[in-house]
Design a protein around this ligand. Sequence first.
Ligand code: G3I
Length: 354
Amino acid sequence: MNRRALLAAPLALGALSACDRFATAQPAPPSVPPLKSVAPFPIGSAVMSGQLDDPAWVALARQQVNQLTPEWEMKMEYILQSPGRMTFDAPDRIADVCAAEGVRLHGHALIWYSQGEQAFAGLDGRAFAAAFDRYIAEVAGRYRGKLVSWDVVNEPIAEDGNGLRDSHWSRALGDDGYMIRAFEQARLADPDAVLFLNDYNLENNPAKGATFLRTVERLLKAGAPIGGLGTQSHLDIEIPAGQITTLIRELGAFGLPVHVSELDASLRRERRGDFRSRVQRLEQQQARVVELAEAFMSLPARQRFAFTAWGLRDSDSWLRRDGRDDGKDQPLLFDDAGQAKPLTAAVAGVFGRG
Ligand code: G3I
């Protein structure tokens, strides 16, 4: 039946409801080439070992990414979960899958202010330092030759950007001391890995970004073997245009590889009273994520380490698991069904400019 005939024919109720369904259907997902096929650098995602048993997740990961970051199972909270021994089953499985799939593995994270305090409690002075060194030697040594890089120190800058974070690490080994020591120990354990200093809100909060830059400069001058700079890019989609571009350019000025390491762009607003429409929030989200993609593309090729999202599908996002979510947040590059979005097409378009 041709279109004229179709429109003239009396619509059966079923057909009408079918038309209704079409009328309310989501716009068809754009046809987007796999991100890893258009980007002139690795495309990454966070991964949890349980996702390796999800065929849909595996299919999407195989299609889209060529680098993975363990979301939590290569951290102290997992490895030191049992007193007196180290647990490696999940990170080992992730490393084995990366090797089998020919996918790069980025280690995350050796030393983080928010973990390890209980495991290192009761140790002071030399014993603390020895345990610190031993942990890094054990973990970074285990994955030597299996990964390309590490977040050696994660989130060292104070939340408000005013100086460094106080932690059990800094109290025991010094504000800069624990970071320098961590990088030196990681270098000894894995001479080939690119060693990253990684933090968040560097774009969202220019004061924090500035403190991070000053910290990098100071640690490099002190001889810390920092080999790369990670900006997590958990983007606040309401920040002014240009902040992202400025931060990425200033990171690039060190001449080191830059890793967009944990991209997500929540549509939620933590502050009260959000009168933005969904369309407005999606527009803000696309504007900021595209700005990040363009800024990253503007780096010299040798400094574009990888562009990593903190999960593949919206439903994989930690933001859906933090207890504050209404199940409607769409912070990532693929929807709950693993379909590309207009956001995906926009990012692919930027990366495809080669
Ligand atoms: O899967 C287990 C479940 O079996 C168990 O019942 C439950 C309760 O113990 O824990 C579940 O594991 C949780 C895991 O997330 C998966 O949901 C861990 O407890 C929880 O600690 C872990 O949180 C992770 C968090 O870092 C702390 O490691 C998040 O997934 C992860 O997205 C988040 O990632 C951080 C980056 O490392 C650093 N930058 C910020 C980013 C977001 O907070």
